[in-house]
Design a protein around this ligand. Structure first.
Ligand code: EPS
Length: 383
């Protein structure tokens, strides 16, 4: 399974094409909506999220609620586009450029992207570098999750730190609905109050805040990914996918950086066996991966998000046309998008895992995949 997205932040729409899904997967637009809604949420978002009501329309590859095996095409309309018709008009003659952006924002793709592609109107970079693109990825992630749900796999994402304030209470699957309904998607209501205050204070200062999100996946079979080649190691593939999410600057699996500070006896998870459970662990510091292969425990991934680069009280920069000192451009912006980033990281994780399942159990129909999975699960249990 592979996918591509297209679309600009203020263009007519975002697009995704997914190739390699099996036939027979139940799929409706209602499977995608809760994911898109969750990505739009989270305290600290800006005015743009009041304009958008993200809905993915299935344009190809599905008939009567089931995939056919053909590429699946999705489109998400940008409701803000009518306000940007002339700015985004693809036809020639749209000169001088309206709303041209020349004061490169430190931390955004503006300057390196401008140098690379030779643009002096940095809007040609920012429109695609915008985190708006993640709506398309989340729609693809929701499709991947729909497939994985059929195979007994489910996921959750939540915020463990925001603006330097940490959630002290741990995530539990029983509380997932409450966490997803809370303003910041964090398991710790007390910390959440502090995070909200921090966001309000940052907004007052014209500043932005980053944080840390965690994703958990349960129901995974042992044996996804492989130790035999660098590009088959599932931890490496997950790290790449998660690092590709805008503003993510660090990825950890299981204990992550903490493992470097502890002796081995406090890092590795002792192995047990019983007739009823087969092989099992009482700890999961590895975060579900050993040697780049799933070990059957829950997958635990954390990602660090830097604060959004568009500051209402702008940083110093240089105008790329005049070369004069300038204030960095101010697009309207979120104070924080950490809760949304959790959903995007979850989507990317599910995409990589769906790919790993399809590699190991792949078939042209969902039924074939289920048969192969069931046979393997029996073998793994009897190992
Ligand atoms: C973004 C700037 C804001 C965000 C946008 C990402 O948009 P605008 O420039 O229209 O005010 O709202 O995020 C989304 C639109 C989204 O769907 O997440 C940026 O510069 O990256």
């Amino acid at each position: 399974m592979r996918f591509l997205t297209a679309g600009e932040s203020h263009g007519p729409a975002l697009f995704a094409i997914i190739e390699g899904l099996p036939a027979g997967l139940p799929l409706t637009e209602d499977d995608l909506s809760p994911w898109l809604k969750r990505r739009q949420g989270g305290y600290g978002r800006g005015r743009r999220m009041q304009i958008e009501k993200d809905q993915a329309r299935i344009q190809a590859g599905v008939r009567a609620g089931r995939t056919t095996g053909a590429p699946v095409a999705l489109v998400i309309e940008n409701r803000d586009h009518p306000n940007w018709l002339e700015v985004m008009d693809p036809s020639p003659g749209n000169e001088p450029r309206q709303r041209a952006l020349t004061a490169a924002r430190p931390g955004h793709a503006d300057l390196p992207g401008g140098i690379k592609y030779g643009h002096k109107d940095l809007r040609d970079v920012l429109e695609r570098a915008s985190a708006r693109e993640t709506a398309a990825r989340v729609a693809v992630g929701a499709v991947a999750a729909r497939l994985l749900n059929e195979l007994g796999v489910e996921s959750a994402a939540y915020v463990v730190e925001l603006g330097g304030i940490r959630a002290e209470r741990e995530f539990s699957w029983e509380e997932r609905a409450r966490i997803e309904a809370s303003p910041l998607y964090t398991p710790d209501p007390e910390a959440e109050a502090g995070m909200i205050a921090a966001i309000d204070a940052a907004r007052e200062r014209g500043d932005t805040l980053g944080g840390v999100v965690e994703v958990r996946v349960r129901g995974l079979v042992p044996g996804l990914g492989s130790h035999v080649h660098y590009d088959q190691k599932l931890d490496g593939r997950l790290a790449q996918a998660v690092m590709s999410v805008p503003a993510i600057k660090g990825v950890e699996i299981g204990l992550g950086f903490e493992a470097a500070r502890r002796p081995g006896s406090e890092v590795h998870d002792p192995i047990f066996w019983s007739v009823n459970r087969g092989f099992y662990r009482e700890t999961n510091r590895a975060g579900g991966l050993e040697g780049g292969i799933t070990n059957g425990e829950e997958l635990v991934i954390r990602a660090a998000m830097k604060p959004i680069a568009t500051l209402m009280r702008p940083l110093a920069t240089v105008d790329v046309v005049t070369k004069e000192p300038a204030d960095a451009a101010r697009e309207r912006s979120d104070v924080t998008a950490v809760p949304a980033a959790g959903v995007v990281v979850e989507a990317m994780t599910m995409i990589v895992l769906a790919q790993a399942y399809l590699e190991k159990f792949g078939g042209d129909t969902l039924e074939e995949i289920k048969e192969r999975l069931a046979r393997y699960q029996t073998r793994a249990r009897e190992y």
